[in-house]
Design a protein around this ligand. Structure first.
Ligand code: AIR
Length: 223
């Protein structure tokens, strides 16, 4: 079932897609492992941290439901607004299990950031990691009644949401456990290297080198 954008990209067409994928006979290894959803495309600059973390851990983005990319572990991304398109929110949450999604990362901003908490309720028991896009969204994301769980990261920390999602998956997949350990080793090595550099080279040299590296990478990114 290749995903192609319909001529009329209505909410009904989006729901139809989700429900027909839920009914498709697809093995778990073909479907996206992680579903990333966000309340608005304006959240993408914050949610991109989750994509970056997953790419660093060797995940590929899956854009066609039953034609996975080469990587064994994959994620998908949709915009789902809890208030503008509640029917799509319901459809995404309700079909998550049958679509083979193991864990959902849901980000929303503003004071009524209800996408993560409502998705957690509807998709239950599929775990949902909430990302408050702004500080003012934190209470709305984490404020769940007893019996209706959600886990959440601090405002804007979508990178950590992805790491947490992979931690959950790694309980079932040793390959992911190894990747997380390698990620952590690199993280600690980077801190140690910085510590040597700032101490042994002196603060001024460290700052100048870092500024040079920053301008080099922005020059590269522009081309
Ligand atoms: N939002 C979108 N639908 C429901 C909610 N709560 C959130 C988005 C975004 C904010 O409202 O997650 O962070 C503003 O959205 P927009 O589209 O106006 O930029």
């Amino acid at each position: 079932m290749p995903a192609h954008t319909p001529d009329e990209p209505t909410t009904q067409a989006l729901r139809d897609r989700l429900y027909s994928q839920a009914e498709a006979d697809v093995t778990q290894t073909q479907t996206p492992d992680i579903g990333i959803i966000m309340g608005s495309d304006s959240d993408l600059d914050t949610m991109i941290g989750a994509h970056e973390a997953l790419e660093q851990l060797g995940f590929d983005e899956q854009t066609e439901f039953i034609t996975p990319p080469d990587a064994r572990f994959t994620y998908e991304t949709y915009v789902v607004s809890a208030h503008r398109t509640p029917q799509v929110l319901y459809a995404y949450g309700e079909t998550a299990t049958d679509r083979g999604i193991d864990i959902i990362i849901a980000g929303a901003g503003g004071k009524s950031a209800d996408l993560p908490n409502m998705t957690a309720s509807i998709a239950y028991p599929v775990p949902v990691i909430g990302v408050p896009v702004q500080e003012k969204s934190v209470d709305s994301v984490i404020g769940m009644p007893t019996g209706a769980p959600i886990v959440a990261v601090d405002a804007g920390k979508s990178h950590n949401a992805a790491l947490s999602a992979v931690q959950v998956l790694s309980r079932e997949h040793d390959a992911l456990k190894t990747r997380l350990e390698e990620y952590h080793t690199k993280l600690t090595t980077d801190v140690a290297a910085d510590s040597f550099r700032v101490h042994d080279g002196g603060v001024e040299t460290f700052r100048a080198d870092r500024d040079d590296e920053g301008s080099d990478s922005s020059t590269t990114e522009n081309h």
